[in-house]
Write a protein of this length. Structure first.
Length: 703
């Protein structure tokens, strides 16, 4: 039995009805949980079933939130198993039938889960070839597979389908990660861009999200929220709300909700509740937060040290001491958090918009007083997550209300609730001291980051004397303390890297400009990493880069990063209105080396999506707050990128089939802030040290 899913092989056969079942066992492997090492002796991280009808069902704990893994996972299976893509059925994020998974985040699905899935498929292919060899009376070496049919080489009339081979058998095998996988030169399905498997549903509106699920007798819940984080309820009058026919009132010490079969009546009832709150005094705002974070983040901890930083500082020909800042940023996903829960006969089922179905299951079970095996979380499509749907407050609320009322309950947050309860990308500070020697080479790099964590902070340039320090646990660390923040913070697409790459690549550009050296030449002078050199040169060639020291007045810039195993180089061209301070992005060229590319169109979409989303944190997105009070509750005041902002975007996939597939969902966004800041400097000589680069800040920098 799997220690975490609770699914035995016998139970699995009961669910699937026989056939060939392949499980990938990654055992024994340690998993760090709350600071302790735990071993799971039989941890099935992926499995698939070849049924008697020839169809292949893939069970994956990963979820689909627009990033395309529904299709790319199916491509990996089709490739290694030798079946048509159309013959694969994907089951994602269902805790009752899928293998345990920590969640979908960190660009981990393809690079970490993909090898297990491919291994399962490769093992299934070997099992079926062995069955075919016995049936056809030939050695395995004489067989070939094409779209789920096994042929005898040179005698295509002698054949048997996977479905026939699976008929009447109950075979299960466990395979480890060492199964032989097909080489890129052999690919027939991977490396291509078929139509997405979810395209028809999403284009026609047939796709189901958590808020679309309906059950008989379900109630819609509206929850009373505090006007600001940290406020305490002092007085409550629910009489007028309870006068509405059919309204159900639930009042717990930490949860007050009105429910009704009609969501509009539930909303009306919520508006009739009279509540008084004690609000804490507001001491922080978007400007004072930076000093607060530096004072409250604790001591700096050293994570990297090379050479003699103190001596390099004393001997530097030119020193550059710079501080960079970034405010809080919301996820602003199209779909707000939603969940529908039903508790019946000691079991709970929750349909939730969550990136973490198994951790959500465990947290729901804890709140309901149930065993995890008595809770099932089903994950429909998500309308965007970006790390924000790792939190599962709405699922816990729905489950608690369903348990109390005895009826199915839906909790769908309004846009205002979404902004209030979002786990924001944290505000952060980076202080850098760097130096040039008399030959114009970088000799010193002393880096300190507060609040953002160290993702993206590593220096891949050749600098002999370096030190990297950080203070405050990163917000996406489960053990992190958020006491320094006036509200919740958490993972946001490439958490921490957007801030760190902005600081690193801005500082490199500052030194290049001081040395009067072309930014591309300056970077190449300090790069021995041939992979980064190749990516940077590919981006520059696609851009048509012409060497010139900045500021040149052209409005061009570049930035590089390494994220999720992927190497990225982005170049930009911008236009700055010197009077208004507005920035118009004219074009973006992004090159990536992400190893083997499973789905080229999907990879390009993620690159384009990351760059477009990056326009937000770079140019406009910054949460306005007063203490624990969130001042922006909708898109009329919180400015995300508009279609009119999106420039011409070109993507370059740098071929590297020697490397296994790497992350694709986050890398491109990491460079956006830096590349635009560098292009703005090249356009007008104004150096922006704080994100976002609003017109007011551009005007201040120009002055």
């Amino acid at each position: 039995m799997n220690a975490r899913t609770g699914i035995s092989r016998r139970r699995l056969f009961q669910l699937v009805g026989g056939g060939v079942v392949i499980l990938v066992g990654m055992s024994p492997r340690p998993l760090r949980a709350q600071g302790a090492q735990r071993l799971y002796p039989e941890d099935f991280n992926a499995y698939l079933v070849i049924g008697e009808n020839g169809r292949v069902t893939v069970f994956s704990g990963k979820i689909e939130m627009g990033q395309g893994v529904l299709t790319s996972q199916a491509q990996m299976v089709a490739e290694e198993l030798g079946v048509a893509l159309a013959s694969i059925d994907m089951v994602l994020g269902d805790t009752d039938v899928c293998p345990w998974d920590m969640g979908t985040f960190g660009s981990l699905t393809t690079r970490m889960f993909g090898p297990a899935l491919r291994a399962a498929s490769a093992q299934a292919r070997l099992v079926l070839l062995s069955l075919a060899a016995k049936k056809l009376g030939v050695p395995v070496a004489d067989l070939v597979v094409r779209e789920g049919v096994v042929f005898v080489a040179g005698a295509v009339d002698r054949q048997v389908s996977y479905g026939e081979l699976s008929r009447g058998v109950r075979i299960s095998q466990v395979v480890d990660e060492k199964a032989v996988l097909r080489a890129a030169a052999q690919f027939q399905v991977m490396g291509r861009s078929p139509a997405r498997l979810d395209a028809w549903e999403k284009v026609t509106g047939a796709a189901k999200y958590a808020a679309d699920i309906r059950l008989p007798e379900m109630l819609y819940a509206r929850v009373l929220r505090a006007p600001m984080h940290g406020a305490t309820l002092t007085q409550i009058d629910t009489a007028q709300a309870e006068q509405l026919s059919g309204v159900v009132l639930v009042r717990q010490p930490d949860l007050l909700a009105v429910l009704h079969a009609d969501p509009e009546v539930a909303e009306l009832a919520l508006g009739r509740i009279q509540a008084q709150w004690l609000k804490p005094q507001a001491t922080l705002d978007p400007d004072s937060i930076f000093e607060h974070l530096m004072n409250q983040s604790g001591p700096l901890r050293e994570s990297a040290h090379q050479g003699d930083v103190a001596a390099a500082r004393a001997q530097a020909s030119k020193l550059f001491e710079t501080s960079y800042h970034k405010g809080y940023v919301a996820h602003a996903a199209i779909e707000t958090h939603a969940a529908l829960a039903e508790v019946r006969d000691g079991r709970a089922t929750v349909w939730a918009s969550t990136q973490t179905p198994f951790p959500t299951r465990d947290r729901v079970a804890q709140r309901l007083g149930l065993e995890p095996k008595s809770v099932r979380v089903v994950t429909p499509f998500l309308g965007g997550g970006f790390g924000g749907k790792s939190a599962d407050g709405q699922a816990i609320e729905a489950a608690r209300l369903a348990q109390i009322t005895g009826r199915p309950v839906q909790v769908a947050w309004s846009r205002a609730e979404e902004f209030f309860h979002d786990t924001f990308d944290p505000a952060a500070v980076v202080n850098i001291v760097s130096g040039l020697d008399q030959q114009g080479r970088v000799s010193l790099w002393d880096y300190a980051v507060y609040g953002a964590g160290e993702r993206g902070a590593s220096c891949f340039y050749d600098i002999p004397n370096t030190r990297i320090r950080s203070a405050g646990r990163p917000a996406y660390d489960p053990a992190a303390s958020v006491s320094a923040h006036p509200f919740a913070v958490g993972a946001w697409r490439a958490p921490g890297a957007n801030m760190n790459v902005f600081a690193v690549e801005s500082q490199i550009d500052i030194m290049a400009a001081a040395a009067r050296v072309d930014p591309l030449a300056f970077r190449l002078r300090h790069l021995s990493d041939t992979r980064m050199v190749r990516v940077l040169q590919a981006a520059a060639d696609a851009f048509g880069w012409k060497p010139m020291a900045a500021p040149s007045g052209r409005g061009v810039g570049m930035a590089c990063s390494i994220d999720a195993g992927t190497y990225v180089a982005t170049l930009a061209e911008v236009q700055v209105d010197l009077k208004l301070g507005t920035i118009k992005v004219l074009r973006l060229i992004c090159a990536q080396d992400m190893g083997v590319v499973v789905n080229p169109d999907g990879a390009r979409m993620q690159m384009e999506g990351g760059l477009t989303m990056g326009l937000g944190y770079a140019l406009s997105e910054e949460l306005q707050f007063r203490g624990g009070e969130i001042l922006q509750r909708n898109f009329d005041s919180y400015a995300i990128p508009r279609f009119s902002w999106v420039p011409a975007i070109a993507t370059v996939l740098v071929k590297n089939d020697e490397l296994a597939p790497q992350g694709g969902g986050e890398p491109s966004i990491t460079t956006t802030g830096a590349v635009l800041a560098n292009a703005v400097f090249d356009a007008c000589g104004a150096r922006l040290m704080r994100l976002p680069m609003t017109p007011e800040r551009v005007r201040q920098a120009l002055a």
